[in-house]
Design a protein around this ligand. Structure first.
Ligand code: 3PG
Ligand code: MG
Length: 402
């Protein structure tokens, strides 16, 4: 998809409304992961260095139109200042007088963060009046929040139509990586899809079978596929009501010439807890009183063996119950092989989605893929083949602006 970047855009002295995704994870009142802030900082630095007045806006959590004090962006603004190593001011509101006054006081190169856009109902409602209030603060709009681009909200979509609008560098990097993985990839492409439920990844699977040459299904989702084909999976987590759907996906794959790879062996246990007694069994031999908690070593070896025959790999969802040892083994081993193939220049590898990032971090591979998306829901919707409203708004013709 064509979109406008910041290349050649004159920003000196201009007020730039930068939509960021400052919806960072917080544990015990502390920001537990700075990744989103770190990835955003090059865009802010570039704009500030070029003399723009950078007005950062974002949602934080889901306050549903109320001023929930725990959901203030104040502490996140402090963290942003620390990451940037420069002064970042905070405006107590995202629209109205406090925001206007804070913007009026800015000088070229300054950075401010506005309070949570979701303190207003108009944000999620994509209310034109609220978009207009945001737009009034700025001369141009830059969206660097790919991870919020699946939301058609005022700050991600509505305002983009009211000012000349561009993709920030993080948005640009995400879109280029995703294009290389699935939009316009070098073939053959292998997709690895894991996670627990077929029901949440139905559209994703349906889209992938028509786009990739090899589709690997892991995680508890694989149990549903195995069970649908008459394989006994013991006490394993699975969705019996999705059997017909699973069979239909397999038919679609066949018709599209997509090879579906399911586990051939499994690590099973009678209990789901850290380090329980386990057995490794072929998938046809899962004891009735046990559950599958990871794919087995033969499956991992087969997957690693496939890597030399593919050129592009896209990964969403872990292969096993990776948060509980030793059921992280297959995910770790595959992640390491993918990281090595990537380092050797043999494949382009792209991963994304909440659990995938955590799993790859634990595997020590998160910085060794070609690209790891910082998006959760947006990455999934994009893998489903959906047009993301926040991205679409950046591809519109500028000539219709007043
Ligand atoms: C995310 O964390 O996935 C994005 O910031 C979107 O948040 P939301 O799911 O609350 O819209
Ligand atoms: Mg979310």
């Amino acid at each position: 998809m064509a979109f406008r970047t910041l290349d050649g855009v004159e920003v000196r002295g201009k007020r730039v409304l930068l939509r960021a995704d400052l919806n960072v994870p917080v544990r015990d009142g502390k920001i537990s992961d700075l990744t989103r802030i770190e990835r955003l900082s090059p865009t802010i630095r570039e704009l500030a260095d070029k003399g723009a007045r950078v007005i950062v806006c974002s949602h934080f959590d889901r306050p549903k139109g109320k001023r929930v004090p725990e959901m203030s962006l104040g502490p996140v603004a402090v963290a942003l200042g620390q990451v940037l190593g420069s002064k970042v001011r905070f405006a107590e509101d995202c629209v109205g007088l406090p925001a206007q006054q804070a913007v009026e006081r800015m000088r070229d190169g300054d950075v401010i963060v506005l309070e949570n856009t979701r303190y207003y109902d108009g944000e999620e409602a994509n209310d034109p009046a609220f978009s207009a209030q945001l737009a009034a603060l700025a001369d141009i709009y830059v969206n660097d929040a790919f991870s919020s681009a699946h939301r058609a909200h005022a700050s991600t979509e509505g305002v983009a139509h009211l000012r000349p609008s561009y993709a920030g560098r993080l948005m640009q990097a995400e879109l280029e990586a995703l294009d290389a993985a699935l939009g316009n990839p070098v073939r053959p492409v292998m997709a690895i899809v894991g996670g627990s439920k077929v029901s949440t990844k139905l559209e994703l699977l349906g889209n992938l079978v028509s786009k990739v040459q090899v589709l690997v299904i892991g995680g508890a989702m694989a149990n549903t596929f195995l069970s649908a084909q008459g394989v006994a999976v013991g006490k394993s987590l699975q969705e019996a009501e999705m059997h017909d759907t699973a069979l239909r996906i397999l038919d679609q794959a066949k018709a599209a010439g997509c090879q579906v790879v399911l586990p051939v062996d499994a690590v099973v246990s009678a209990a789901f807890k850290p380090n329980p007694p386990t057995q490794t069994v072929p998938v046809g031999k899962v004891p009735a009183d046990t559950m599958i908690l990871d794919v087995g070593p033969a499956t991992v070896a087969a997957l690693i063996g496939t890597l030399p025959s593919i050129k592009t790999l896209i990964w969403n969802g872990p292969l096993g119950a990776f948060e509980t040892k030793p059921f992280d083994a297959s995910t770790n081993a595959l992640a390491e092989a993918i990281a090595q193939a990537t380092a050797a220049g043999k494949i382009v590898s792209v991963g994304g989605g909440g659990d995938t990032v955590s799993a790859l971090k634990l595997a020590g591979a998160h910085e060794r893929l070609t690209y790891l998306s910082s998006a959760g829901g947006a990455f999934l919707e994009w893998m489903e083949g959906k047009v993301l409203p926040g991205v679409e708004a950046l591809s519109k013709d500028l000539s219709n602006l007043g």
